[in-house]
Design a protein around this ligand. Sequence first.
Ligand SMILES: [Zn+2]
Ligand SMILES: [Zn+2]
Length: 194
Amino acid sequence: MLVRLLLTALLLGAATGCRRGPEVVYLTAFEGVTPAQVTMVQRAIGAFYGRSVRLLPVQRHRPASLCPVRHRHRARLVLEQLQALLPDSTDGKILALTTRDVEIEEGPRRPHWGVFGLANELGGNAGVVSTFRLQGRADRLRKVSLHEIGHLLSLPHCRSGLATCVMQDARGRGATVDRTRARLCADCRARLAW
Ligand SMILES: [Zn+2]
Ligand SMILES: [Zn+2]
């Protein structure tokens, strides 16, 4: 009986996985990001979310996305640029890595709010991760990338209070990212399976 229950649970788990849809994650980088960083993030996303991660050619930032106030690239315009790279026929997601500072123009705390990363919306199709504020730390780049892909897969910020969940809102603090592990808490994992 126990075996049958376990088997049923496993099958349900597999079915739930199927409902997540066939999305492919496309990964690209703007000039300046190293191939080693791209490969590291590609492998991390593939292993963590079990998605196929396809690389797109290296991109250039458009001068028009640069905000003259703090000389940061406006995330909204960067994300629009990325969305245009998605093949028409796909329901895929795209993530880009950049070395440039990226801002939310109408920031939640103040205007021209510099961020580690941003996704266009929960369940959206475009995200960007900036290494500018990550102090060259590969572990931070990996965790922020997994966090933004989590948003694209409909995960909100973690509400479990568990500091180690990768979906914690970093609020611009590297120390918060450092406390997280490259894993989801049980609550966030259950949400991902919806
Ligand atoms: Zn969580
Ligand atoms: Zn977030």
